[in-house]
Design a binder for this molecule. Structure first.
Ligand SMILES: C[S@@+](CC[C@H](N)C(=O)[O-])C[C@H]1O[C@@H](n2cnc3c(N)ncnc32)[C@H](O)[C@@H]1O
Length: 194
């Protein structure tokens, strides 16, 4: 029996091509944000999966580090990324030693909702550790209801309690290109480290 905190849970889905969360490209809101974002810096992409966003951030001038613990997902991402393959690290986001490395932005898409709610406080704490002063957690967050997780949906109250402990929400918009599995219940949000 595997649980959604096991590498095998995710790796088997990549091996078997069962990836209903895969957008096959970069979300519209990220493209828009990259076009208007302040000057590029360092970005971390945890639970990157196929890692389309690595190329998008790189092309916009950002220094990118992406991390995922699924060997099959990472192999696919590296293959697709070609000369950017070394931007993707195979490791557990919670256990990886980032040394003194800190990030201006952490990019989120379907990583938080891949984690069971008991792990959300550790996610929020890790964000606070890894972001620079006033650094930002930027991306897509899944709100709503799901009786058969993952994905594990956020509620506004959980977001305020868990993320809001370390971060302040500074923007919140509807997502226009949500996949069916997320049922139009995603929000594009920016959270700034307090
Ligand atoms: C739902 S998928 C999302 C992938 C990608 N963000 C996307 O938008 O397509 C969740 C990803 O998180 C990865 N993951 C889950 N727990 C992880 C952990 N503790 N450390 C690193 N990666 C993890 C899984 O291997 C999987 O690739």
């Amino acid at each position: 029996m595997t649980s959604d905190t096991d590498v095998e849970f995710w790796d088997s889905r990549y091996r078997e091509g069962r990836t209903p969360w895969d957008q096959g490209g970069v979300p519209v809101a990220l493209r828009r944000w990259l076009g208007t974002a302040p000057r590029p810096g360092r970005v971390l992409i945890p639970g990157c999966g196929f890692g389309y966003e690595v190329q998008a951030f790189h092309a916009a001038g950002w220094e990118v580090l992406a991390i995922d613990y699924s060997p099959s997902g990472v192999a696919r991402a590296r293959e697709a990324l070609g000369e950017l393959a070394d931007k993707v690290v195979l490791a557990d986001f919670f256990a990886n030693d980032f040394g003194r490395e800190r990030f201006d932005v952490v990019y989120e898409r379907t990583f938080l909702c891949a984690l069971p709610p008991r792990m959300w406080p550790a996610y929020a704490r890790r964000m606070a550790e890894l972001l620079v002063e006033r650094g930002r957690l930027v991306g897509t967050f899944f709100y709503g209801q799901n009786d058969d997780p993952p994905p594990h949906p956020l509620t506004p109250a959980a977001a305020d309690a868990v993320l809001g402990y370390y971060l302040e929400r500074v923007s919140d918009e509807a997502v226009t290109d949500s996949l069916p599995i997320f049922g139009g219940k995603e929000r594009w949000q920016i959270w700034e480290k307090k």
